[in-house]
Write a protein that binds this ligand. Sequence first.
Ligand SMILES: [Zn+2]
Length: 346
Amino acid sequence: MTLGKYFQNNGEGSTKVNCVVCDSNRYTPLFHIPPRRIVTCSNCDHEYVNPIFSPKDIPECIFHSTDESSIGTQIDITYLAKIFHKYDIKERKLLDLGCGLGRLESGLIGLGWAPQSVYLMDNSERNVKVARKKYPLSTVICGDAQERIGFNDYFDCILMVEFLEHLSNPKEALKNALTALKNDGILIIRGLPNNDSLEAFIGRERWKMRQFIHHYHFFNHSTFSTFVKDFADVSVLEFGTFLQEGYHFYDVARIARNIGVVKESRGDEHTTYDDNVIMTAELTNLVLAKIESVDFEDYKHRDKLPKRQLTLQLSTEDIKNFFNTISLNQFLSPDFSVVMRKKQIK
Ligand SMILES: [Zn+2]
């Protein structure tokens, strides 16, 4: 088990890094989630893991639940279809960075992309091997996008789905992606954990996104906007929230997991930090109790939250209803997407 190695290397194989957004080396510790330390930049408020560990000391990142048929993949494809249509991205050349086992490809083919036009890239040899076997007509590249992608002005569209937050240096990967993209090409980033979200606020160090050992960066609209300002050759077309994109299974179990009420959820069975719960009603009460215990005065975006509505709704028992009736804004979205266009530098 490589995780043991990761722990052993704590303090030895670790490297202190500057803020990837503003390059400052000043920071304030935010959370200690052994063996990682999450800090916030004293200059620009960006939240990131510091120090970082060598990638070889971290267990390989494998997603078991997100295959072609999973609801997560279906939602990703629905979202991509919408963006392709909106920005008139027709079938030409597309690169899926951090493709994993190639879970998006069959959906892309379903949207009309020829397998020959789809390029996949992942840094895991194991993933690449599987993807090559599944999609022999596509080009599957094994490599680290932070080092090089190997194409110049080649792609019409590049996808980064659940990708950037997994990199110690997302700036290098974005730079290389922009080199690989044609002028006027579109870059679609999806599933960036939103540290301005209600979930992040309530969950604190138990927020699933912070717990995940493969997550290095925790952006929000504001810090991400600052992050891309360094790139003269890109313009942000839009930010999107998960909820607006049709996240239908924003249910009790998901909320409970992301705000740290349960450790694990499987079907109707949930493992909490103290015990196990089975009934949905039981779980709902735990989630409501957690939300009621939160001091919303502490919430740095309290002025923007529809607080009155929140308080009124807490008296009801149905948390699903609560999330459905509240006005959905970026603070309720556990992650967000960004669509950008590469522009020609004069
Ligand atoms: Zn900074």
